[in-house]
Design a protein around this ligand. Sequence first.
Ligand code: AAL
Length: 400
Amino acid sequence: MPNAVYLVRAALFLLFCSVSVCAEEKFDLSRYSDEDLDKLALSRDGKLSASSMRALERGYHLNADWFGLFSMGPLKGDFAYDAKIWRRDPSRVLLVDGLYYTWYTRSTGKVYGFNSGKVENKVFPWDKAEIWYATSKDGWTWKEEGLAVGRGPAGAFDDRSVFTPEVMQHEGKFYLVYQAIKAPYLLRTKNSVAMAIADNARGPWRKLEQPILLPADNGIWQGTEDDHYKAIKQGDFDSHKVHDPTLMFYKDKFYLYYKGERMGERLTAGGREIRWGVAIADKAEGPYVKSEYNPITQSGHELLIWPYQGGMAMISTQDGPERLTMQWSPDGINFEIKAYLDAKIPHAIGLVESLERESAPGAALSWGLYHQYVPIEGKAWYQWGNYIGRFSFDHHDGAK
Ligand code: AAL
């Protein structure tokens, strides 16, 4: 009876094979060419270590053109470092009538952190903040132009802070999407994503009356103490925060990518459990429907995603097991790792929309904006200075 023979063989296999030997026996080497093996310094006759099998499966010898290195430096004019003003989280850079524009979080005043004893005290550089914009003729010297979107009146969903903007120019209109917080700003406070629309890059901006995206409402806090690590039920990946909104017109729909944070946050093999999601709408103003595939990543921090070759390329900068990777997806949802990047990735990158981006995976990153922390001795990281700088990304030629 073939079935009985099969069962006996399977039982013997399970009894006597160590994990790695079994994996090696099951591994289908015929799927790989001599060239694949040679590039990974492997031979068809030799034994395969677990690492070698992983290298073949993940294609470590492929996609060298996706690898590159970032360089970063300061800017001039109003973006030169000012210890009294926090400027951070720059949006994409738009080229409008020969002038570069960017929008960013701007705030002033002492930062206390949480539990300072007074709920009015500013907790982070992005607390009690506004969205301002600046322009530049050459991308190096920037002029701060003024307020784009301010906080709402007391009682409104955005009365405490508006920050971390991203911009989209589409069919003659400008759309700002940004994070909003209603007072008080505590550790357990949830935030929302809001939108403002303008006919001109210089405004005026018309805010939508209601947020376009909210955290999932299916987690349960444990107890009443203001501790965001304590939850009876964690809920969805975005049950606590919806951050870093990034809006794109893609496949005739509006894709709102974002970072989710979860109630009762725990650790993964890559550190903090941070994931990205996407919500999709037929119209720019919404309604936005969260994708059934969410979370679409198991990693990442500030959103960094751009259209490439009919799909979407992205960089997962920090947090999670796939941190420091460049990935690509044919449909904006199902991403595969293409390259493993160097740890020196700029924070909160704002891409330049006018760059040619199809010639190479990193072409969209030729230059752009980011924010830099300026450490101050004896102070916590959230009290350090912030300024907006400029980065470039260069394909790394191993022969050099
Ligand atoms: C950043 C971003 C969002 C967060 C805060 C400001 O790294 O993820 O913008 O809210 O930190």
